[in-house]
Design a protein around this ligand. Structure first.
Ligand code: GLP
Length: 263
């Protein structure tokens, strides 16, 4: 696992965006680059930088296929808190050459959620899997909507949200946890870790415990992010604020080993 510690949120986002852009530019295979994407506040700066590069003609999305991590059950595309809306508002609508048919987002209004999720897994497989999955993390260490005790082998499916997560996410729903949907469709931990590379953004003091469990704790379904310890291409991009619960040794180790690597 790489842990790339940047001074602040802006630098973390710039580093992550440059890493992704570099992978897309260097993708020479005769198939699209397949990119997994998250919502949340953490990736917003990454999206802004990718959009900037795209609009400046430095980076093309013409050969990129995307799969989003998750979607609330019961919110349609027009709901301003649906992840479909978020992704278009913050990212896809600003890209000059993203093909709409290459955007994949789980449908939270699907009549048959099981079939929806199975089809999503099949579609990912039809592209030969995901090249790079970017994700955020919940304060309880969840990746996508894989709350504590979700199987580390889980696949795309229906998930119940914990009360804690509904409280945290209520800031987008008028601070009323009851307004936050109780269920979501989400890729599984196994879906994420099947990707060739996984990059998780972890920023801010409130994520410090999650970062420590991701890097220093044992592999446990209690902290689903810890599954990344078993992945051969896992990168944590984080800021200083999130490092508060790491031991000094761990913190120094990663600063030292990363100091001469650019991307
Ligand atoms: C939600 C999403 C996660 C995201 C998390 C953290 O629960 N399902 O994919 O990582 O929130 O969001 P934020 O980046 O806003 O802290």
């Amino acid at each position: 696992m790489r842990v790339v510690i940047q001074d602040d949120y802006q630098k973390m986002c710039k580093w992550a965006a440059d890493y992704i852009a570099n992978k897309i530019r260097n993708h020479k295979e005769d198939r699209p680059f397949v990119l997994g994407l998250p919502t949340g506040s953490s990736p917003i700066g990454v999206y802004q930088e990718l959009v900037r590069q795209n609009q400046a003609g430095e980076l093309s999305f013409a050969n990129v296929v995307t799969f989003n991590m998750d979607e609330y059950v019961g919110l349609d595309h027009d709901h301003d808190q649906s992840y479909w809306y978020f992704m278009h508002d913050n990212f896809f609508d600003h890209l000059v050459d993203m093909k709409p048919e290459n955007i994949n987002i789980l449908n939270g209004m699907a009549e048959d959620p099981e079939a929806e999720c199975a089809a999503y897994e099949e579609k990912i497989a039809s592209y030969g899997g995901i090249d790079l999955f970017m994700g955020g993390i919940g304060v309880d260490g969840h990746i996508a909507f894989n709350e504590p005790y979700t199987s580390l082998n889980s696949r795309t499916g229906l998930r119940a949200l914990t009360t804690d997560t509904r409280i945290v996410n209520s800031r987008f729903f008028g601070n009323d946890p009851e307004k936050v949907p109780a269920f979501a469709l989400s890729v599984g931990v196994g879906t994420v870790t099947d990707s060739k590379e996984v990059m998780i953004l972890i920023n801010g003091h409130n994520k410090a415990r999650a970062l420590a469990h991701t890097v220093e704790g044992g592999v446990s379904h209690k902290w689903t992010c810890s599954a990344l310890q078993m992945h051969n291409g896992a990168i944590i991009a984080c800021d200083e604020a999130a490092c508060g619960e790491l031991t000094v040794d761990t913190y120094k180790y990663f600063l030292d080993i990363e100091k001469d690597q650019r991307l």
